[in-house]
Structures are given as C-alpha cells and as structure tokens.
Design a protein around this ligand. Structure first.
Ligand code: HEM
Length: 309
C-alpha cells in the first residue's frame, strides 16, 4: 500500500490533471459524513417496494421471491452483457462468466421450494385471482437473457427454413418466437391481454436489442473462440441445462402443485395452455446447440459431467 505522503501526492496529481484544486477536494473529505450501510445498499428503498393487492399474508412471500429472482436475473444479465461486449474474449474469463451464470441459476433452482412449499395452497389460490392478467411470463429480464445467449433463430417455433427467416424483418421474425405461443387464445388464436400488454411495453426494446446483438450473442462468441477447451464446453452445457431444463422443471412442478393438485388444471393468470407450454420437452429451448453433439440436453446429468469430460 502506498504510504500517506505518496497517497496525498497521487490525489493532488489526479485533481491537478483534471484542472481542479486538490485542496477543495481534501477539505470535502474532511467534512463528509461516513458512508452508512443503509445508504449504500438502499435498504429503505428496497423494503418499500412490496405492495400486496390483498390481505393474505403469503402474498408478500410471492412478491418478494419474484423480486429476488429479478435481482438475480439482473446479476445474470450483467455477466451476459459483459460476455457479448468483449470482441476478443479470453477462454478463462469466458468460462468464469459462464460458471457465474450457472451459479446464479442454481440459486434460483435450489430456492424455488420457497414457492413450492412456502405458501398456503388455499391463500395462493385466492390472492392469485387478483393478479390476472399479470404473469411471470411478462418478466422481460428472462427475455433479455435469451437474446444475450443465443441468435434469434434458436428461439423460434416455425416450419420456415433458415434462409426464409434470414430474409424476414425482425418484426416478423419476432412473431415466431417460441414464447408467443403461450400468448394466444387456444380457440380464437387471438393474442391474450397478457401478451398484448407485454408487447406494448417491451417489444420495440427487445427488437432493438436483437438487432444490436446480431453476430455477438454468447453462442456466437463461443463459436468464434473455436475453443477446444473441454472445461468450457462442460460449463456451457451446465448453464444451458440448468437454465433451459432444470429451472423450467422446478417451476412447472410448482405450477402443478398449485394449479392442478386438486383435480383438473386451473387456468393460469396469464391464460396459457401452461401444462404443455412450460414443459422443457415441449419448449426444447437450447441456447448453445453446438455443445450437444453427443447427448440430448434433456438427458444431461450435470453431476456426472466431470466424470466424462
Ligand atoms: C406459485 C408460483 C408460480 C406459479 C404457480 C407459476 C405459474 C406459471 C404459469 C402457469 C406460467 C405460464 C404462463 C401463464 O399462463 O401465466 C408461468 C410462466 C412463467 N413464470 Fe411462473 N409461476 C410461479 C412462480 C414464478 C416465479 C417465482 C417466477 C420468477 C420470476 C416465474 C417466472 C415465470 C416465467 C419467466 C414464465 C414464462 C416461462 C416461459 O416463457 O418459458 N414464475 N408461470
């Protein structure tokens, strides 16, 4: 560590270089109050963000767990954004970031019991009725992460071939994204209110993002690395599996617990054909197709990965 005189000299150099008087800043330091935990972490603001719509006690559990998830997703998008921003990635840094994404996804998976077992079944089925047409389906951070992770054509549900898609404007391509299928009425095929409101708020932003990310998604960065690094491949598989199979499964099991454990499936607040739609076997969502050359993402067992790779 620099000694005190050297430190003061460096501070003076810094402000001189900015054309500022170092003395004014040193005096400011003398008078400034100590930093407090609650100011830095914004505790009061965080704790004021829960606004239940009913008097059921467990509604707070539901709200806060969603907020925790959104914060974790923010951490994930923060890593994903750094990966796509780096034109000349280093294999070890890349691997470290993918491992971070897996670690965060693991947090979401292992904590999902808070939803599955941590709310009263009866209360949940009452307070959820006051939330229609809102749905986790409208979480834009899930969609950001998808766009960061993989080229748009890996997110489509269409019979059209790649060349046909490449010629279409993004606005049209977006109509074929897999999640739009959850936002159409089963009979009339009209878009549900849940989807229409989401599109109104976020569609332009998402299209802009997809445009900017062309050729730079995590999948494309990985391809460019041309990595023969087995650990990186294992890391990619692990994240892809955790995010696109393991999380959807714990989420689906929770939906089944609340929405169909007492007889016939109930309609979800977002109005989708959720039992089919949410199942990874139906979604077949894969961010990194290249790493699944010898095993299907659905059959992958991350715990055994280190034995075979
Ligand atoms: C009791 C807890 C939960 C139940 C019963 C539940 C149920 C559902 C259902 C039925 C859907 C399908 C869309 C619809 O028709 O509404 C859905 C979608 C979704 N939910 Fe949940 N959910 C729960 C908790 C959560 C939590 C904590 C999150 C975290 C933010 C979340 C995120 C999502 C996402 C991202 C989708 C869209 C998935 C996709 O497009 O593949 N859900 N949820």
């Amino acid at each position: 560590m620099a000694d005190q005189d050297q430190l003061i000299q460096e501070i003076q150099n810094k402000f001189n270089a900015l054309g500022e008087d170092p003395k004014a800043y040193l005096e400011g330091l003398l008078h400034s109050k100590p930093v407090n935990y609650w100011d830095y972490i914004q505790t009061d603001s965080l704790l004021s963000l829960q606004k239940p719509r009913t008097d059921f006690k467990d509604e707070i559990v539901f709200i806060i767990y969603h907020q925790v998830t959104e914060l974790v997703l923010k951490l994930m998008n923060h890593e994903a954004q750094q990966i796509v921003a780096d034109d000349t990635p280093d294999v070890d840094v890349f691997k470290d970031k993918i491992n971070r994404l897996s670690r965060y996804t693991d947090m979401l998976i292992t904590s999902f019991d808070v939803m599955r077992d941590g709310m009263s079944y009866e209360d949940y089925n009452k307070f959820r009725m006051s939330l229609t047409p809102a749905s986790g389906f409208q979480s834009v951070q899930f969609r950001y992460l998808e766009l960061y992770s993989t080229p748009i054509y890996n997110l489509l549900r269409t019979e059209k071939d790649v060349r046909e898609i490449e010629e279409m404007p993004l606005e049209e391509i977006f109509e074929h994204i897999y999640w739009k299928s959850a936002g159409r009425d089963k009979k009339t095929k009209e878009k549900t209110l849940t989807l229409r409101l989401f599109e109104e708020k976020y569609q332009d932003e998402l299209i802009g993002m997809a445009q900017e990310l062309k050729g730079r998604t995590i999948q494309e960065r990985y391809q460019k690395l041309g990595a023969k690094d087995k650990d990186l491949k294992t890391a990619m598989r692990k994240f892809d599996h955790l995010y696109n199979v393991a999380w959807p499964l714990v989420h689906l099991r929770t939906a089944e617990h609340y929405l169909e454990s007492e007889g016939k499936p109930k309609a979800a607040t977002g109005g989708s054909a959720w039992k089919r739609y949410l199942h990874p076997n139906y979604q077949k969502r894969v961010f990194f197709p290249d790493v699944w050359d010898d095993v299907d993402i659905l059959d992958y067992e991350p715990a055994k990965a280190h034995e075979s790779h």
